[in-house]
Write a protein that binds this ligand. Structure first.
Ligand code: GDP
Ligand code: MG
Length: 353
């Protein structure tokens, strides 16, 4: 396997970071604190007697809006989304807690037809295994585009005795709202759904109703996770997903969906006095990440003209991380060419799949 490494000239990004450090040397202000609290807040259950809790799998064809749905149900961004299908490769737990229930969401990459490449096989396994031991399945379809692939997933669900709620997403795209009625009839004929809920994940329409429906199908149980918690994923993992999303969004169709971001270093430095100047320094997390691509051409695209793209990716990713983690972040990005890694089982394992 050929490997070709380049450390990026991230000087400009670093400059932006240190400029911010100096500007924000004081403790977080009230506004910051409120924003951080809002990020991590969730209401604690008051009446545990009838409390409902369980696992909810979100399944459906790529691009129907599963990640968007989970993010908007949670009111914040955990799973990455993009217009490019198959941006989600991992199971992601998002946790929604309110006074009545706790729903632990499993976001799946969808079930693919072509199990050709090693990476796709693993994705399929993740999608199917996501359905084991869940209490409820949200089967998501695009209200405008019903395809054979949807049926494929539905067939798999038919072999189980899972409770399935049909979520008809992207209702906002329908010019004629009445068009949804024959659609509902068609779905009802092909599967015995526990409920059918049209929503717009993107515009957060009818998500309250969906939450009620979810709660009604969950078993009475104690919360599975701490109700303050929003995900069981590590900050490390979230950091890699954020970098990946920024590249996908920026480079669009020019890079394959199977590029991978590995976090090489994730180091929390507590607030301290600068030994040289004696000035107080805020707590900061140092993150080094390597972006793996398959070809030199892809590397050039990720880096961009005069490093402009990677610089912007670094800035955008750092901002998201700071908002999500509620602390200062210094991010260094590297790009490496690792030819043919997505077909190489061993390489996949070493990258954590
Ligand atoms: P996934 O592959 O099923 O996880 O789909 P994503 O959540 O990544 O969404 C795919 C695309 O559909 C993105 O461009 C979303 O912005 C878009 N999308 C998701 N939900 C809606 C919706 O309710 N309305 C509209 N108009 N677009 C949506
Ligand atoms: Mg997704």
């Amino acid at each position: 396997m050929t490997e070709n490494t380049d450390k990026l000239d991230n000087q400009n990004t670093a400059d932006v970071n240190s400029a911010q450090t100096n500007a924000n040397n004081a403790l977080p202000n009230e506004q910051d604190n409120a924003a951080i609290d809002a990020f991590f807040a969730s209401s604690a259950p008051k009446s545990p007697a009838n409390f409902k809790a369980g696992y909810v799998a979100i399944v459906g064809r790529p691009n129907v809006g599963k990640s968007t749905l989970m993010n908007h149900l949670l009111g914040q961004k955990l799973s990455i989304t993009s217009r490019k299908p198959q941006t989600t490769r991992h199971r992601i737990h998002g946790i929604l807690s309110n006074d009545e229930m706790q729903a632990v969401f499993v976001d799946t990459p969808g079930i693919h037809r072509n199990e050709v490449r090693a990476i796709n096989e693993r994705m399929n396994k993740a999608a199917v295994s996501a359905l084991v031991d869940v209490d409820l399945v949200l089967f998501v379809v695009d209200s405008d585009q019903w395809r054979d692939d949807d049926l494929l997933t539905l067939q798999k669900l038919g072999d189980t005795d899972l409770t399935v709620v049909l979520v008809i997403n992207k209702a906002d795209t329908l010019k004629d709202k009445g068009a949804i009625l024959p659609l509902i009839e068609t779905f009802n004929d092909s599967f015995d759904f526990a409920d059918i809920v049209p929503v717009s994940a993107l515009k957060s329409q009818n998500l309250d109703r969906l939450q009620e429906v979810i709660a009604s199908h969950l078993p009475i149980a104690d919360p599975i996770y701490d109700t303050e918690q929003i995900t069981d994923r590590s900050e490390r993992f979230l950091a890699s997903e954020i970098v990946r999303e920024k590249i996908m969004r920026s480079a669009g169709d020019e890079v394959p969906y199977d590029l991978t971001v590995q976090i090489d270093e994730f180091k929390d430095e507590p607030a301290h006095k600068d030994p040289k100047t004696g000035r107080p320094r805020k707590a900061c997390t140092f993150i080094d990440a390597t972006i793996y691509v398959e070809r030199d051409g892809q590397k050039a695209i990720v880096i961009g003209e005069k490093g402009q793209r990677i610089k912007q990716v670094g800035i955008d990713a750092r901002q998201d991380m700071e908002q999500l983690f509620g602390k200062k972040v210094m991010l260094t990005l590297w790009v490496k060419v690792k030819r043919g890694w997505s077909d190489d089982e061993r390489a996949l394992t070493s990258l954590g799949y």
